[in-house]
Design a protein around this ligand. Sequence first.
Ligand code: CA
Length: 229
Amino acid sequence: MKKRILIVEDESSIRDMVAFALRKADMEPIPAADAREAQLAIATAVPDLILLDWMLPGMSGLELARRLRKESLGAEVPIIMLTARGEETDRVAGLEAGVDDYVVKPFSTRELVARIKAVLRRTQGDDGSGVLEVAGLKLDGQAHRVHAGADAVPIGPTEYRLLHFFMTHAERVYSRAQLLDHIWGGSVYVEERTVDVHIRRLRKTLEPWGMDALIQTVRGAGYRLSSKP
Ligand code: CA
């Protein structure tokens, strides 16, 4: 199955150039000139990834990313933001909106395709056997077991769910509210503080193997699992 990539970009020359590169890389481009067209395309068929220009006429790319993350249709689709130089300062806003990666214009299509492949690999995580691996930490979804190198890691049920979520969404930042939603199903009886408690326990669980640093705090945004320091 070809990967379907939605290109949301108002400049037709960039849209065409990216579409051409994607076809060459055996992917299927779906062009959209603004947020409205993008939303229509997503409602028709959810793409595998969205390339989203920051500056769009009407609703901005950032606003569209925010909205998609709140909707059930677009919540899980990886997003790569296309930004002009100078907009990089808004990275935190983008991360908060759940953007997976950034590519700064002007970019080479070769670099763009490489980044798309990397994000797809990362967000799909599972290699088919149900085993996820990040930096030597392995989670076997079928056996419900976690290993650090060769050692079995004793882990509590909530920490397991938290880790599983992070490993299937590596590198992406989630706010406490989003984690509550995903891990606890948005129960109104659970406070956001609860998330901090379980993050602490998860770090403690991984500490003996020096893997607690994988669970990172992103100031003002939330938490993420990342193999990068
Ligand atoms: Ca633009």
